[in-house]
Structures are given as structure tokens and as C-alpha cells.
Design a protein around this ligand. Structure first.
Ligand code: ZN
Length: 426
């Protein structure tokens, strides 16, 4: 119990006014202007008649007519005959006209910066991917300038694929692993770039001459699920990704949760073992130190009796380890089994903390099926207090390596939508 003196000291805190109760208002209604809501509804449904918009958003037919004619006039929406309601309304002698997004009204590029290759997609305002590109890169830490150069080269490559000029692009979204401060546009720490507190957004902004958004790569994967995947129709879910590191993204109330400094959700660096294995962050006992590919590769060298320096990369080492485990090598199997048990610990902690509807296991390297075996899922549920309620669903999504870049494109699309139609837009 709190001693009485502390209670008094708390009430008399000079920074707080007298009184009691929360000083901040509760969750407010979505502050987006109605025209943005109308646009986003049409984009989310593909095509929508005015009556559908009116019903879905609970606004009058008159308002919808006014807002949509404004959006049409400004070139963001157009009318289309391609309306599934056509047949029904044609019987009444009045052709129903649906609305759809003008795809070419804005275009964005989404990029995932990675340790062995960078990937990019170019998307239109309707979210359709028009082109993809990839840039192999040496797996060493780069300087900020090198990263900016490589990003610019990749942007040129994807523009060439799409047959477009840089002027056609409204914004570039960037996903990168490590600690990212999306508001300030800085990288306190990343395994890809040497140095600390790097002004990545400013550097890319200067180099590309375009607005740039940066965010953690696990958040990009989560945005990909929220914009293009299973998360579109779900208000609360988590995404856990196991690759070079272990990342996590969380959607609460249809929004990406970012924490106060944009540095939350670092599942990979939650501690699962006091004084445990050394993590590449410099601390010990992080989940990542037992689960990420470098952690598995570290053990693989011993199990396979190979010199870790002789292998081309951690990835090559893992491929060999996986083949050995499949072929019955017990030491190789025990490495995956142990990693699977640590994954179960991590997942059960996520369920225990957030109680999500669904956890999506996603990422590029989602093929080590020992990690996603039934026994890992069973162990996850065993470690979770459940009391007979239906357990959290865990799904594995294997999207291919362009999914991160698609999420980064969603980040850019969100920004461009806010800029064009949000509060303060002309
Ligand atoms: Zn760590």
C-alpha cells in the first residue's frame, strides 16, 4: 500500500492541477474530414454507389452528393459503369452509377531496406501494384550515404519498370529493421546502418527530392495485413515476424499501435532468460538471441561441424540446417525444437498481454516448419491462461518477399491521403 505521505505528495504535485480524474479526454471520434472518409470508403470497397456510401458512413444522401462531386472535380474519384448493383437498379429504369478511385491521381513507392537485398513496389492511389524491383546489396553495415545511394538506385529501377518519371511519385515509404522514430524521421539504431541517431528521412528526402516516411519493418508488415490482408476486417490483431530479427506489430482499434516514441513492440528484445545468450543488440537473454536466423546459424555451425566463416551467409547455413533436420539429423532438429519452444514463450506472452483476436506469423523466411509445428502451437496455448475460453488464433502467412514493400507503400498511401484530403488540406 502507498504510504500516506506519498499519497499527499502525489496530490500536491506542482505540475498537476487540483482535482481528480483523468485530465485528458477519452478516445475521440476519428478526426478525419468527411470527404476523406468518403474517399477511403470508396477505396476500401473498390466501387461504391452513393447510396452505399451514405449508408456505410451514416451521412445524408445530400452530403454524399456534395462530397463526391467535390472529390470528382478534384480528380480523386470518378463514376464507373462497372457496378455490381447495376442489374438490380436497371429494373427500375435508372442506371446506378458507382464511384471508384482514379488510380493515376497519386502514386507512391514502398521500399524495404534489408541486409541482403532491398525491395520496392510502385502503387497507384487505388493500392494496385504497378511495378516491383529488387536491388541486391552486400550484407555489411552501410553508411547513411551508402543507404541513400542504394535507395535512390532502387527508386530508379522501379520507376523504369513502371515506365514512369520521378515526378509521378507523391511519396516514398521506407521500412527498415531496428529502432525507428517515425515522427522525427531518425534511426536511433539499426543493424543495417553504422552509427547512432541517424537522420535517415532527411538524407533520403534530400537524395530523392520526394517526401519520405520511415518506419520499423515489422510495422510495415502489419500495415500490409491491415491494408491488403486478413487484418482488413479485424480491429485487434498482432503480427510476429521471425527473420534476421524477431519483430512485432500490433493493431488496436483498427490503428497501428506505435507507443509513445515509436519504439514499442520490440518483442525480439524482451528478455526470456536472465544472463542468457548474447543478442546483437548487446544485451543478454533477448528472445531474438534464441530465435532469429543468426541465433540458429550460430548453433548450426556447431551441429553441422562447419566453420561459420566458410558459409556464404546465415541464410545458406539455415538452409543446410533445415535440410539436415528434415533428413533426420537429431542435433539439427534439437536446434529448431529449442527455438520453437522459445517462440511459444514469446507468443504466449503476446497473448497474455494483449489478448488479440489473431496472431499472424509472417515474413519472408516462414518455411522452417519446425518453428510452426503443431507442438509449438500447443505449447503456446499451454503457457497461456485460458480458463476454457476460445483460444487466440495463430496463423502463418507466407506472402513472399514483396509484402514488406507493399506495407511501406501503404504507409506512403496513408500519408498522401492525409495530405491531399485530411485536416488542413486545401
Ligand atoms: Zn536484444
Amino acid at each position: 500500500m502507498m504510504p500516506a505521505d506519498d499519497a499527499i505528495a502525489l496530490a500536491a504535485s506542482p505540475t498537476l492541477p487540483l482535482g481528480c480524474g483523468p485530465l485528458l479526454p477519452g478516445p475521440v471520434q476519428d478526426p478525419k474530414p468527411l470527404r476523406q472518409k468518403v474517399f477511403e470508403h470508396v477505396r476500401a470497397t473498390g466501387t461504391a454507389a452513393r447510396a452505399d456510401v451514405s449508408r456505410a458512413l451514416g451521412i445524408s444522401a445530400g452530403s454524399v452528393t456534395q462530397l463526391t462531386s467535390d472529390l470528382i472535380e478534384r480528380g480523386f474519384l470518378r463514376e464507373t459503369d462497372d457496378n455490381p448493383r447495376d442489374r438490380r437498379d436497371a429494373g427500375r429504369g435508372r442506371p446506378a452509377v458507382a464511384l471508384t478511385v482514379v488510380p493515376e491521381s497519386r502514386r507512391v513507392i514502398g521500399i524495404k531496406l534489408s541486409d541482403e537485398r532491398h525491395t520496392a513496389v510502385l502503387a497507384d492511389f487505388a493500392g494496385t501494384i504497378l511495378a516491383e524491383a529488387m536491388l541486391p546489396t552486400p550484407a555489411v553495415r552501410k553508411t547513411l550515404d551508402q543507404i541513400a545511394e542504394e535507395t535512390a538506385a532502387l527508386v530508379e529501377r522501379v520507376l523504369e519498370q513502371a515506365g514512369l518519371h520521378r515526378d509521378a511519385i507523391s511519396a516514398v515509404g521506407i521500412g527498415i529493421s531496428g529502432l525507428v522514430e517515425p515522427i522525427e524521421g531518425t534511426i536511433p539504431w539499426s543493424p543495417l546502418i553504422a552509427g547512432k541517431d541517424l537522420p535517415l528521412r532527411a538524407a533520403l528526402n534530400r537524395r530523392l527530392g520526394l517526401p519520405v516516411l520511415i518506419d520499423n519493418d515489422a510495422n510495415m508488415l502489419t500495415l500490409a495485413e491491415l491494408w491488403f490482408g486478413a487484418g482488413r476486417a479485424m480491429s485487434d490483431f498482432a503480427v510476429v515476424t521471425i527473420e534476421h530479427g524477431v519483430g512485432m506489430g500490433l493493431v488496436v482499434g483498427n490503428r497501428l499501435y506505435r507507443g509513445t516514441r515509436g519504439m514499442g513492440m520490440e518483442l525480439g528484445h524482451t528478455k526470456v532468460h536472465l544472463d542468457g545468450a548474447l543478442c546483437r543488440c548487446g544485451q543478454r537473454g533477448c528472445l531474438e538471441a534464441y530465435l532469429a536466423d543468426y541465433a540458429l546459424a550460430r548453433e548450426a555451425a556447431t551441429a553441422l561441424g562447419r566453420n561459420p566463416r566458410a558459409m556464404a551467409s546465415a541464410q545458406a547455413m539455415l538452409e543446410t540446417l533445415f535440410a539436415e533436420a528434415k533428413g533426420g539429423n537429431m542435433a539439427a532438429r534439437s536446434i529448431f525444437r529449442r527455438a520453437g519452444r522459445y517462440l511459444a514463450v514469446g507468443l504466449s506472452n503476446v497473448i497474455q498481454l494483449f489478448d488479440p483476436e489473431l496472431i499472424i506469423l509472417s515474413g519472408e523466411r516462414m518455411r522452417y516448419d519446425y518453428l510452426y509445428a503443431d507442438e509449438v502451437m500447443a505449447e503456446t496455448l499451454e503457457l497461456t491462461l485460458n480458463h476454457g475460453r476460445s483460444p487466440c488464433r495463430v496463423e502463418t502467412h507466407n506472402w513472399g518477399d514483396m509484402v514488406w514493400a507493399r506495407g511501406a507503400a501503404a504507409l506512403a498511401l496513408g500519408y498522401v491521403t492525409d495530405t491531399a484530403l485530411g485536416q488542413g488540406a486545401a
